[in-house]
Design a protein around this ligand. Structure first.
Ligand code: SF4
Length: 269
């Protein structure tokens, strides 16, 4: 099949999947986000079609039950992963929509996660995992610029170059024997949930810079996507202070001002 035909098929599948998810979950994407999501798909295909062709099981369900927290609460872990098998080896892939710079800066977290998945796979299927990798479909600054150029001017050269120099494949060392601490950390979180301990961090912590993200703090990276932000005291303190410190500054973020307006509107209701 010609590559152009394959990309048209991908678009059809993407639209069908989107409609199905929208119908099932009731969440819609704005047209810009949807467009970028499909760019992620195309980038992945153009860069890693060989790897995609090796994957013989997608969204494989892994389940680990009978776990117990330090306080005696029972819990289970459910994960979905992609698997590629050759005659001798089994590879595990986890696709993330973050960019590779961010994932690399937070590598330890993903190593822990993939090691746990490797252990779950081994316990269920008995095959030792040969390799595990995170695939970062998020756009680097170069890719963002190249897509913009392609969309506005129809110039494909920069995009081809950006995809060529992009390396979204982040291999992690597989060591399924390191999972005891990860499971214990999960257990502590479960205990907090069961104990209804939902205290948010102090507002000053929301200013902490996020590793691997330029000029982005915790509030922008996490809180902006948190459904509880307008009832969160730390977030309200953070944006009130940010608003005050940026008053008169022409570069004041429109998004931030919108957040403040939204907060006031919610408080008035
Ligand atoms: S807004 Fe959400 S993510 Fe941010 S501190 Fe509050 S509860 Fe946590």
């Amino acid at each position: 099949m010609r590559n152009e035909d394959m990309e048209s098929l991908l678009k059809e599948w993407f639209d069908e999947n989107y409609e199905m998810l929208r119908f099932a979950n009731g969440h819609a994407l704005n047209p810009m986000v949807k467009k970028i999501a499909f760019q992620h798909v195309l980038q992945y295909w153009r860069k890693l079609s060989n790897l995609a062709a090796q994957v013989d099981e997608t969204e494989l369900k892994l389940f680990l039950s009978g776990l117990e927290t330090p306080k005696g609460n029972k819990f289970s872990i459910l994960a979905y992963v992609d698997i590629a098998r050759t005659q001798e080896e089994v590879f595990l892939y986890d696709i993330k929509t973050e960019d590779v710079e961010y994932l690399d800066a937070n590598r330890k977290r993903h190593e822990d996660q993939l090691n746990l998945y490797s252990k779950m796979y081994y316990d269920l299927h008995g095959d030792p995992m040969a390799k595990a990798a995170v695939i970062a479909t998020g756009q680097t600054e170069e890719l963002k610029g190249a897509w913009e150029k392609y969309t506005n001017e129809g110039d494909n050269t920069a995009l081809e170059q950006a995809i060529k120099s992009w390396d979204p494949y982040l291999e992690v060392e597989v060591n399924k024997d390191t999972t005891t601490k990860v499971l214990s950390d999960f257990g502590k979180v479960v205990d907090k949930i069961e104990g209804k301990e939902f205290v948010s961090p102090p507002s000053i912590e929301l200013e902490t810079k996020v590793l691997g993200k330029k000029n982005t703090n915790f509030a922008q990276h996490v809180c902006d996507n948190c459904d509880g932000r307008f009832s969160c005291t730390s977030f309200k303190t953070y944006i009130s202070q940010e608003g005050a410190s940026r008053r008169g500054n022409k570069k004041s973020s429109i998004a931030l001002l919108k957040q403040i307006e939204e907060m006031k509107r919610k408080e008035a209701n």
